[in-house]
Design a protein around this ligand. Structure first.
Ligand SMILES: Nc1ncnc2c1ncn2[C@@H]1O[C@H](COP(=O)(O)OP(=O)(O)OP(=O)(O)O)[C@@H](O)[C@H]1O
Length: 241
């Protein structure tokens, strides 16, 4: 098996009374497209943040590209791309200025930044201020900023939430291309069709724990159900939303 891009062992994180992540272990192979599924509050975002090294775990560890992600590791930052759920733009800059600023932090050319803007369909919004973009446009800009330095490992937290169907399909195509070029992609999603279409494997999460990991088709077969939505229902005992 190829070297694992991500190795997570026994991650735990508690916020007050809430055990948000309760012993998560998983491995993602280099070049894999991996999905984390779960209802609201399952612990997906916290898990991603622990894995990315943005949050300190109470217990457990994560290794990315062979390096521990905590304590925060500056050498890793240029090799990973992180799209955050809450936007983290510089104030008062236009879309073009935002992405060029991210690009320059990574030593990436302005030309490449403009190309990324084109890829996510925002060229006609290049001169619009970040606070004047629609939710979906801001979402696409944050994804473009996360990908501008062509990272080996990409983390996306509900990347298509808030996008219209066409923008969603465009983003799927883009993520498939990135993945075909050998990049490892990890995403969280609420959309079962998205997980089923894109992911090589999914981890189904609920109440801070992983209930099952496998390729969508295999999970569907194993549980003898019609689709991933039913897998989820059977594993968690509830509707997805
Ligand atoms: N900073 C925080 N302080 C306190 N509690 C938190 C914090 N962040 C998350 N939680 C709690 O931890 C649990 C897991 O939250 P998390 O955001 O990881 O779930 P999620 O699966 O990403 O949910 P969603 O699909 O709604 O984004 C929830 O009960 C949430 O209320």
């Amino acid at each position: 098996m190829a070297t694992a891009a991500i190795i997570v062992e026994g991650l735990r994180k508690r916020y007050g009374d809430v055990q948000a992540v309760d012993g998560v272990s998983l491995e993602v192979a280099t070049g894999e497209f991996y999905g984390i599924l779960g209802p609201n509050g399952a612990g997906k975002t916290t898990t991603l943040e622990l894995v990315e090294g943005l949050r300190e775990p109470d217990e457990g560890s994560a290794r990315l590209l062979g390096e521990p992600s905590w304590p925060r590791n500056p050498a890793l930052l240029s090799r990973i791309g992180v799209q955050l759920q809450s936007s983290a733009f510089f104030e008062k800059l236009t879309a073009r200025e935002q992405i060029r600023t991210f690009a320059s932090l990574y030593g990436v050319s302005a030309q490449r930044a403009d190309e990324m803007l084109e890829t996510v369909g925002l060229t006609d919004k290049a001169d619009v201020g970040e606070n004047k973009l629609s939710g979906g446009q801001a979402q696409r800009l944050s994804i473009a900023c996360a990908l501008v330095h062509d990272p080996e490992l990409v983390f996306l937290d509900e990347p298509t939430t808030g996008l219209d169907p066409q923008a969603r399909r465009n983003l799927w195509d883009m993520l498939r291309e990135i993945n075909s070029a050998g990049r490892t992609v990890v995403l969280t999603t609420h959309y079962m069709d998205e997980a089923q279409t894109l992911c090589d494997r999914v981890a189904v999460m609920d109440r801070g724990r992983i209930l099952r990991i496998g390729p969508p088709a295999e999970l569907i077969r194993e549980l003898g159900v019609a689709n991933l939505e039913d897998v989820f229902l059977q594993l968690t005992g509830r509707e997805y939303r």
